[in-house]
Each structure stands twice: as structure tokens, then as C-alpha cells.
Design a protein around this ligand. Structure first.
Ligand code: XUL
Length: 538
């Protein structure tokens, strides 16, 4: 019974999905929550280290290592037979980076099964904490790299995206500028994905073009490091970066550490990892054009498959590599689940009460709107956290619940226009996709049918399916992607939620009002109150 393992090292947890390739079903689906299991030791909140500066968001890389030991130890003690795993691949939160000193690079090849991963790699990091995708502290470095590369359009054409604060290149530049000695003693800069893949392989792993596109350092068309972007980023950088290799590359056999400690077979193949979004693309079966996925996780992302590289003219969205060798379009909204939770908690609610609040309030919320920038926001770009309320009383719990959900969906609708995708069908995934009331708002705002998935963690599932693809290919039995995903990454037909025409019409009227609120708050546009009044009067 050959099995493949997909791991997902995300902001708040490390998860695993084990697929039985003969039975074509998931036989284990398990997660280690960082706060719950390691929060006291590492001092994290929602997986992130607290910082007085709301723009700075780092996590401890040793916590990710310790979580890997915990997760595999738990699976083993639950009786999961890891010797049947023929290939393992993974998903890393995108953009985050890990900085190894020369000792760290050497030790990766000498992992001792009698010690824990976090303990033996202690002292191996030239930067103790890892900047992650939520970090917004590199505005200046974005300007500098953009200027050096000939302006925003030129950067986007070259790398697939304009310079963004969270993108790894701008983070590396800031490190070089502010901690030059530590930068100089850095032997290797990994992404979260290539770092975790290196640990599993016990050897330095490449990163893939899906995750590489989140750095502003890779040429999006050749899928190789761009000398110009590297030059604009930091000196002596090229030799510190790992190679880039296709997502179905096998790095090597799994390290003896995992064979001795957890019972993996020495023949188990350790494959290249990718970012959570490229993995999710496969995990929801988007291996050809036509449909859109909306992932409601720590970040909310809106993405789809693209056959050719296409860049957002407005500069807000991204073009990443797809694990199939093609491309994907993506827009990332930072105020996702944590914003929903902030509203829920502010009114002492649980999720059933939050859903009841959505049911009890009218579609369109009577024109009461929120701009939910609880944290700095990526799209639209907001560097000072601030929650804006327009005609919305902060004391009114139910109206605020509806306002945050409607704001998120309206913003996605507005900022996704550049993709030009006919999204009459939306695949919903991520934790909050279990909430039917939220999906109802989604269906009506986008005027599209919405489907749920049996497996909530599409990133871990996508990683497992990539491991399967690499394994079949390595056996000389390469299978088309449609066949790889079939039966695993398919929406639940009975979950179909059709838009209600009257509600969709209300949102069509509300879109310009929401747009005007954004315009007023972020670009000094006119007061949106008259538009809100006109909306209410209709
Ligand atoms: C995508 C992004 C987030 C992270 C979350 O560009 O920043 O979706 O990948 O882990």
C-alpha cells in the first residue's frame, strides 16, 4: 500500500495529510498548533512573535523544527505506519525566510536521531528569527529595489510582481542594511519551504518557481535567478541562494534521522516543497484554466491557474509559478481569519453566534460598511493599521460581523478585476470555508456558484499530490495532472451554493459605495456618505 505524505508548515500550525495511493483516500489528517503546543516555550501568538512595531512580524524557525518532531512523533504514537510512505513533499508559508550560518549548512547533513531537531540546530541561524509574510517593515527597501530596477512596471514584468514589503528580496535587503555582519556570516538563505525540505532530505534542497516567484528575485519567464534583481537586492547574494528546480524534483532519499526515529523507509523520496498557495492550487484541482479558488485562511487569497505569465497592471496582484510548470495569478488579503476573529471576540461570540449574526442582518447591511484593516494590509496597501467604520455603530455586534465579511468579499471582487477570469464558479477552501453563512455572502458578492471541499487543508493535500506526481514520474510512470488530482481534489457536489439574484443585485449597487469608502480613506477622495444615503434609499 504505497502512501504519500504532504506537510504544511503554515503561520499557525504544522499539518500532515497521508494519502493511500491504492485506495485513493486520505488515511491521516493531523495538525500541531504552534500556540497550543509551543506557545509558552517560544512566546508566539498566532504563531508570530509579538513586537512593539505593528509592521514587524517574525517567527522562530526552531519552533517549526520542533513542531516537525512533535507531529511525526504523534503520528507514530497514533499507530500510523510511516514505513509505507514512498514520497514526502510539503508546503511552506510563502515569502518567509531562514538564514543559516556555515555550521547550519553542514549540520543539515548530519542530523542526530538521538537529539531533537530544534536543539541540534541551535546556534545554526545567522538571523535568529525569520521575517514572515505578514511583515510590512520594508517600505524603504521596496522603493530602493523598484528604483534600481527601472520602476514598478519593470519589476513586475521581470519578477511577476511589483516590490512588496513581505517579499523575500526586500526582507533580505533590510537584513543586509541593518545587520550587515550577520548578513555576511550567512551561508544560505532559504525560504520556509526549501528550509523544511532540506531538513527532511538532510541535504540542501532547491526551491521551486512557485515559491521563488514570491521573492522579487526570480525571472518569472525563465524561472531562474535574475542577475539584475539580485544586484538590486544585496551584495554577494547569489552564492547565498539555493538553486531553483521544478516542483516535481526529488531532492534525495529522506534523511536517516527520520528513518531511525520515526520508521520511514530509507527509500522514501524527499521532494521539493512549494509555497502554500501553489500547493493549494493543486489541492483544489486547478490544473487547467476556468475556475477560481478563494482560500479563507490566516490570509485570504484569491487565485487561479494561468497558462502563460500575465502581470497585474495595477500592481496589486502576483504571478507565481504553478507546480504543473505553468503559472497562477494570486491576490493576497492579509486581514483574513484574524480580522474575523477580532470581530467575533470583540462581541464575545463563538462561530455559531457569528453565523447567527450573519443570518440576522440584511444583505448589504443597510449600507453600513467597514474597512477592516485590523493589521497592516497588503491589498489595498495600508501600512498603518486602522479600522474604518462608515455609518456603522461599533457597539452593534451583529452589524459588525456582517460588515467584516462583506468588506472582505467586496474588496476581493474589486481588486481581482485585472485577472479577467470569468468566475461563475468559485472553489472555497481554508478554515472559514466550513461556514455556510460566509459562503453565502461570497456567492452573492461574486455572483458565482460556490463549492466546498472535503479536505479543508488544500495546501497539505496539494503537497501530498505533488509527492505522488514526483513518485510516479521517478518510476517512469508520469501521470497527467488531471489524473493525479482526480478523486482527491474535487469539490463536494452537494455543497453547491448558488447566488441569489436579488442579493447579487444589492451587492452590485454596493460595490461603488465600498470603492468610494476605500478612495476616501486611502486616497483622500470625497466623503462617501451621500452615496451610502442613495444606496439606502433604493
Ligand atoms: C501570499 C501570502 C500569504 C501567505 C500565507 O502571497 O503572502 O497567502 O502565503 O501563508
Amino acid at each position: 500500500m504505497p502512501c504519500v505524505l504532504g506537510l504544511d508548515s503554515s503561520t499557525q500550525s504544522l499539518s500532515a495529510i497521508l494519502l493511500d495511493l491504492d485506495a485513493r483516500e486520505a488515511i491521516a489528517d493531523y495538525s500541531v498548533d504552534f500556540d497550543e503546543r509551543l506557545g509558552a516555550k517560544y512566546g508566539v501568538e498566532n504563531g508570530v512573535l509579538p513586537n512593539d512595531d505593528p509592521q514587524v512580524k517574525h517567527s522562530p524557525p526552531q519552533m517549526w523544527l520542533e513542531a516537525l518532531d512533535l507531529l511525526l512523533g504523534d503520528l507514530k504514537s497514533q499507530g500510523v505506519n510511516l514505513s509505507q510512505v514512498v514520497a514526502v513533499a510539503g508546503s511552506g508559508q510563502q515569502h518567509g525566510s531562514v538564514y543559516l550560518n556555515p555550521r547550519g549548512v553542514t549540520l543539515l547533513g548530519q542530523l542526530d536521531p538521538h537529539l531533537g531537531l530544534a536543539d541540534q540546530l541551535d546556534g545554526c541561524f545567522s538571523r535568529e528569527t525569520s521575517p514572515i509574510w505578514m511583515d510590512a517593515s520594508t517600505w524603504r527597501e521596496c522603493q530602493e529595489m523598484t528604483e534600481a530596477l527601472g520602476g514598478p512596471k519593470a519589476v513586475a514584468e521581470l519578477t511577476g510582481s511589483c516590490c512588496f514589503e513581505r517579499f523575500t528580496g526586500t526582507q533580505i535587503r533590510r537584513f543586509w542594511k541593518s545587520e550587515t555582519d550577520d548578513y555576511d556570516r550567512t551561508a544560505r538563505i532559504h525560504l520556509v519551504s526549501s528550509f523544511m525540505a532540506s531538513v527532511l532530505a538532510g541535504a540542501e534542497a532547491p526551491l521551486d518557481p512557485g515559491d521563488g516567484a514570491g521573492m522579487n528575485l526570480m525571472d518569472i519567464r525563465t524561472k531562474a535567478w535574475s542577475p539584475a534583481a539580485i544586484e538590486a537586492c544585496a551584495p554577494r547574494l547569489r552564492s547565498k541562494l539555493p538553486p531553483i528546480a521544478p516542483a516535481d524534483t526529488v531532492v534525495g532519499p529522506i534523511a536517516p534521522y527520520f528513518v531511525e526515529k520515526y520508521g520511514f523507509s530509507p527509500d522514501c523520496k524527499a521532494c521539493v516543497w512549494s509555497g502554500d498557495n501553489p500547493n493549494s492550487l493543486v489541492g483544489v484541482g486547478l490544473v487547467s484554466s476556468g475556475k477560481i479558488c478563494l482560500s479563507l485562511g490566516t490570509s485570504d487569497t484569491y487565485f487561479g491557474y494561468m497558462p502563460e505569465a500575465q502581470v497585474d497592471p495595477a500592481g496589486e496582484g502576483h504571478c507565481f509559478g504553478s507546480p504543473t510548470g505553468a503559472y497562477m495569478s494570486l491576490i493576497c488579503f492579509k486581514n483574513g481569519s484574524l480580522a474575523r476573529e477580532r470581530v467575533r471576540d470583540a462581541y464575545g461570540m463563538d462561530w455559531p453566534a457569528f453565523s447567527a449574526a450573519l443570518r440576522a442582518t440584511p444583505v448589504g447591511n443597510g449600507g453600513r460598511l467597514m474597512l477592516p484593516y485590523f493589521d497592516t494590509e497588503i491589498v489595498p496597501n495600508v501600512l498603518e493599521p486602522k479600522v474604518w467604520r462608515f455609518g456603522l455603530d461599533e457597539a452593534d455586534g451583529p452589524a459588525n460581523c456582517r460588515a467584516v465579511v462583506e468588506a472582505q468579499q467586496l474588496s476581493m471582487r474589486i481588486h481581482s478585476r485585472w485577472m479577467g477570469v470569468d468566475s461563475t464558479t468559485i472553489y472555497a477552501t481554508g478554515g472559514a470555508s466550513a461556514n455556510r453563512e460566509i459562503l453565502e455572502v461570497m456567492a452573492n458578492v461574486h455572483n458565482a456558484e460556490v463549492y466546498q471541499f472535503p479536505v479543508g487543508n488544500s495546501a497539505a493535500l496539494g503537497a501530498a499530490l505533488r509527492a505522488a506526481h514526483a513518485w510516479y514520474k521517478g518510476n517512469g510512470d508520469e501521470q497527467p495532472w488531471e489524473q493525479i488530482v482526480s478523486g482527491y481534489a474535487e469539490p463536494v457536489a452537494a455543497s453547491r451554493l448558488a447566488p441569489d439574484p436579488a442579493s447579487a443585485a444589492v451587492y452590485n449597487e454596493l460595490i461603488p459605495v465600498y470603492n468610494a469608502c476605500e478612495d476616501h480613506a486611502l486616497r483622500g477622495g470625497p466623503d462617501p456618505a451621500p452615496l451610502q444615503e442613495a444606496f439606502r434609499a433604493k
